[in-house]
Design a protein around this ligand. Structure first.
Ligand code: KG4
Ligand code: ZN
Length: 337
């Protein structure tokens, strides 16, 4: 019998709903929230209100586009955390109500595990190769920067973590210093393509093991610009692409360096990247170059699966369904998972 999962993702500022059948995506829809742009970051209260407004229409559309009847859904998977508590609460409550009404099981999903499992989503009519285990995944987003070792779909170990800011935060905060709107990551990526990455040198942190740190980089970027602006008030405008290229270069070198170290330490050659920052063109190129050099079997997600999406919640929910890992109606969201 086919297994059809309705998946709900609402951990931050994207309301996303997907339908997955036997690991194949039937539909995936996301309503993004532009309202946060003018505030320079996600405003939690506004995010929860927007999720409340979006969740029913997005679910309705996802089911229609999948071309299925509600009675064909076998389980509802939802993001339990980590994320913004108010945002998670909307998705969790909706998933619980849906499961209760349809009398089907509820499956809680860890958002970070789901980012890593994005490499297992199948699409009809498309040949995809999936990672073998153990699988090493660099998970880089606005909220997290981790190196994860997956022993199977559902067994994961965190080998390295950021001790302060996430890589996406470094892009966003440095972008804000340059006057860019939130999220600045994609803007920096675009401007960097016309810049010289060796124009300015920013320091790399000295953190032990496989951990990361980005707060020092943000501070040195701020002080560097403050000093240069004293001499030339138009310094940022005149050097925009070089600043973006140099900043991106150091962030990508830090990320790639750690991934290489993890691969050498563990002896694992099945390697991937995931999360919002995995959309970064320099990072994609840098890991491709390392893969070539080190004979990695490399997995880079399609751009639509880099940012938060419900398809990754659905594929994780599918694997949990096969193992019979269900949650009760008492399940509550967790800001930290
Ligand atoms: O995974 P995601 O959508 O949400 C979180 O769970 O955080 O990641 C969003 C982050 C933001 O910090 C954004 O600036 C960054 O991903 N990002 C990028 C790029 N596209 C998105 N950073 C650098 N280059 C990009 N092309
Ligand atoms: Zn995410």
């Amino acid at each position: 019998m086919a297994v059809t999962i309705l998946a709900i993702e609402s951990s931050c500022d994207d309301t996303s709903v997907a339908v997955i059948r036997d690991g194949y995506i039937l539909s995936s829809l996301t309503a993004s929230q532009d309202i946060h742009k003018s505030y320079g970051g996600v405003v939690p209260e506004l995010a929860s209100r927007a999720h409340q407004a979006n969740i029913v229409p997005v679910t309705d559309q996802a089911i229609k586009r999948a071309g299925i009847r509600i009675s064909e859904i076998n389980a509802v998977a939802f993001t339990r955390g980590p994320g913004l508590l108010g945002s998670l609460l909307v998705g969790t409550s909706f998933a619980k109500g849906f499961a209760l009404t349809c009398n089907i099981p509820l499956i809680e999903v860890n958002h970070l595990q789901a980012h890593a499992l994005v490499h297992f989503i199948k699409e009809k009519g498309k040949e995809i190769k999936v990672p073998g285990f153990p699988f090493l995944c660099l998970l880089v987003s606005g909220g997290h920067t981790r190196i994860i070792l997956l022993r199977s779909h559902l067994e994961m170990e965190v080998l390295g973590n950021t001790i302060d800011d996430a890589a996406g935060e470094a892009f966003d905060k440095c972008g804000k210093i340059m006057g860019f709107p939130y999220p600045a990551g994609p803007i920096i990526d675009k401007l960097a393509s016309a810049g010289n990455k060796k124009a300015f040198v920013f320091p790399k942190p000295s953190v032990r093991g496989l951990d990361f740190s980005f707060s020092g980089l943000k501070t040195s970027f701020l002080y560097f610009l403050r000093d240069r602006i004293k001499d030339d008030p138009d310094f940022i405008e005149k050097n925009e692409s070089d600043l973006c290229a140099s900043l991106q270069y150091v962030i990508v070198s830090i990320l790639t360096g750690r991934l290489v170290k993890a691969s050498i330490q563990t002896g694992i050659n099945e390697v991937g990247i995931a999360g919002g920052v995995s959309a970064n063109s320099e990072l994609r190129n840098a890991v491709r170059a390392e893969a070539e050099k080190r004979s990695w079997n490399l997995f880079i997600p399609e751009l639509s699966y880099t940012t938060d999406n419900a398809a990754m919640i659905g594929i994780t929910g599918y694997f949990k369904y096969l193992r019979g890992e269900f949650s009760g109606q008492e399940v509550a969201p967790l800001a930290r998972f």
